[in-house]
Write a protein that binds this ligand. Sequence first.
Ligand SMILES: [Zn+2]
Length: 272
Amino acid sequence: MLKYIPKLPKKNYNFSKNGTLPRLGKYLLILGCIFGGLHLFFAGASILIPKHLSQEQEQKLFGDVSIEEDFGTINPKQTDFVRKIVRNLERQHQSTFKNDVYAVCNDDINAFATIGGKIIVYSGAIRKLSENGLTFVIGHEFSHIQHRDPLQQLIKSTPFIMFDVFFDGFSSVAFNDFLDLKYNKDIELRSDREGAQAVLSKYGHAGGIDEFFHIIDEGKVIDTLQILTDHPMVANRIKQMELLTKGVKKEETNEIDFEIANECYTEIGSNK
Ligand SMILES: [Zn+2]
């Protein structure tokens, strides 16, 4: 039987202490230490800054963006409608802070919270969901703002943004999302719970609470990468919702007035 005996060099004759490889290693180590230090520094800052910067100050600092340029055409009737839902939530939470709320033309069934206390709701969500389902989605985004999640996430990702600017062409922000996978999943589940609470307080029953998940689960509206980075798997979210509403009655949902629900749809004539 043949036996393979690997022949190793007696010494690392190509490996000099001052060669390119050790130098590269040294630079990478220094770069890693700087980056690690920055990461820790900004992670700490993301906890401290929101405690010392009020929501109003945050809004002043980051509020100056053009909604139409950044997010899409504003729908006045839908904006009034979603604003009422948010004002109601502010009263419930006894918050004096006024969130900046807009409904914009976009057929996706989605909504999001941005830095500076902005809640953007896509017309697709208003068209496809019941009032109860929409209250859940808005309650979820409201929760992100209440907990200052967009500000925290911006601060935390600063070293990654700096890295991408410095090394033009890199995109390490996605790597940051990956590092924060567990954290992101936890805050999503927390915001789901608070969104559910918004529905229960307003309607007194659980009807429409899980509508959003069933639609995205069926239609696969959110792409896989987004689910991996920002959102815990839809099945987990539905499961949490089932546990939360166990024993709570589910009544009929309230439909949104046709004219409001279809404001953008008829205007742009999409998907006719
Ligand atoms: Zn969320």
